[in-house]
Design a protein around this ligand. Structure first.
Ligand SMILES: [Zn+2]
Length: 463
């Protein structure tokens, strides 16, 4: 077991974190009304959209009342940027007040949102340290930062956040895994911030070199993850391998450029069960809604995350659709005492990643979880194509080493569970793990799914 199993409560904002649900809602309503009033008088982008929706300026009476305001999407932001380059009218402040920017993923101005930050926006620095503080980072402790620095959410806000509560975040995200391990051994570290796939790659490299990570880095206390989903078994295996506890945060270019929610001191997983990421509800108003009806979802249900900044000056977002698929969990699901609502840890995915197979909505992340809960399976590749009978075929090649006992039963059992959870019968094949790609290179997100159906339709059949 990891060493620090005792849970230490380290609040970041002792007063805000002790507010009752009613007090929090009242605070949100006050801040939301202040923000809306400001935008009604200064922001042409929102003035236009809200007038088109038939709204008039004036304070909201309740948070429920806010649902009259229209949601906006990436397309609205991009159209505004194209028409009023480079920031769009959504910028809402003097261009000379732009202190820092973050760009969303994408490759050009036609696909990449640009989010500007004023000095005040950029220096909500303590906010982005909350996750690390809750995880237990102390003022004299160092962190190794495994995410490459670019104009994405990985730069300014995170570094200011970490420095607000700890010290010396040093950078390795630009290096290959060998160099990272070398530097980590030279400098040491108390905490680590890394994507799940990179953590997996680092672990494999240590083991290939004949060392258990926990022996190489005995001083490591915590690992902070974000950016990708994970199966519960992965967390348990990694906590054991590194002798450290694992936490998770959620952030994006659209969330002040840093974290807007994170796990508390209870970490990512307790006793085989996923914990939740508490929302920083004093800084943002968050909703989880059904992507078709825009109605709020219930506890334990999946929906789309909608983000509203309560504080932001430049490029504010009001009811912005993140396209992230999250599972809503009420605050009562956590025993830490914070009355901050949550999403489930480790299951953030993209609505755009959804694959429709035989009329069923299948999420690759869910299939990952089902497959990787079986230790014998090292890797897999899924392929969806149109079969001889003109129907969808979903094939999964499972990398299982030769000589694994009970492989046949394992495959049968897996087929049943996949059918039960996704409503799709998968065509499962066992192959040698060597035949499948392995994702151990830095920053390479696993690409396990291919959809050949469009191609099949063009060429008239499966290749
Ligand atoms: Zn909690």
């Amino acid at each position: 077991m990891p060493p620090a199993t005792q849970v230490v409560h380290r609040p970041m904002y002792p007063v805000l974190e002790r507010l009752t649900r009613e007090e929090l809602k009242a605070l949100q309503l006050r801040r939301l009304n202040r923000q809306l009033e400001r935008l009604w008088s200064t922001n042409r982008f929102y003035q236009r959209i809200w007038r088109e929706a038939g709204l008039e300026p004036g304070p909201l009476k309740s948070l429920e009342d806010f649902r009259r305001y229209p949601v906006i999407a990436k397309e609205d932001v991009l159209a505004d940027q194209l028409e009023h380059p480079p920031y769009g009218e959504r910028l809402g402040v003097d261009i000379r007040d732009v202190f820092e920017i973050t760009l969303s993923s994408g490759t050009s101005g036609k696909t990449q949102e640009i989010h500007a930050h004023t000095v005040r926006d950029a220096h909500m620095r303590a906010l982005h340290g909350t996750a690390f503080r809750w995880a237990g980072m102390g003022p004299d402790e160092t962190l190794v930062f495994h995410v490459g620095i670019s104009n994405s959410a990985s730069h300014g806000p995170f570094h200011r956040g970490i420095r607000a509560i700890g010290k010396l975040p040093y950078l390795v995200g630009h290096l290959g895994f060998e160099k990272r391990l070398e530097l980590m051994q030279r400098l040491g570290m108390d905490h680590m911030y890394v994507m799940p796939s990179a953590l997996n790659g680092l672990t494999q490299l240590c083991e290939k070199q004949g060392h258990a990570p926990r022996e190489l880095f005995p001083q490591l206390k915590t690992i902070m993850l974000s950016g990708e989903g994970w199966p519960v078994e992965f967390i348990e295996r990694m906590e054991e391998a590194w002798g450290a506890r694992i936490f998770e945060g959620y952030g994006a270019s659209q969330t002040y450029g840093g974290y807007i929610m994170s796990t508390c001191e209870h970490g990512a997983v307790t006793d085989g069960r996923r914990n939740g990421l508490h929302w920083y509800e004093w800084a943002a108003y968050l909703e989880v809604v059904d992507p078709d009806t825009l109605e709020p979802v219930g506890p334990g249900e999946a929906g789309e995350l909608i983000v509203t900044h309560l504080e932001k000056e430049a490029s504010p977002l009001v009811r912005f659709r993140m396209r992230d698929r999250v599972v809503y969990r009420p605050w009562t699901d956590c025993s830490c005492g914070r009355q901050l609502d949550m999403i489930e840890a480790g299951t953030v995915g993209r609505w755009d990643d959804m694959v429709k197979i035989k009329g069923e909505n299948v999420f690759p992340l869910e299939v990952d979880e089902i497959i990787f809960s079986r230790d014998a399976i090292a890797e897999y590749q899924a392929r969806v194509y149109i079969g001889d009978k003109g129907r969808d075929v979903a094939e999964i090649r499972l990398g299982i080493p030769e000589g694994v006992a009970g492989a046949e039963e394992l495959v049968e059992d897996l087929r049943n569970e996949l059918k039960q959870r996704t409503n799709v019968t998968f065509d499962l094949r066992v192959v040698s793990p060597d035949e499948l790609p392995s994702y151990t290179t830095p920053d390479a997100k696993p690409r396990r799914w291919t959809d050949e159906r469009q191609q099949n339709l063009k060429t008239g059949g499966a290749s």
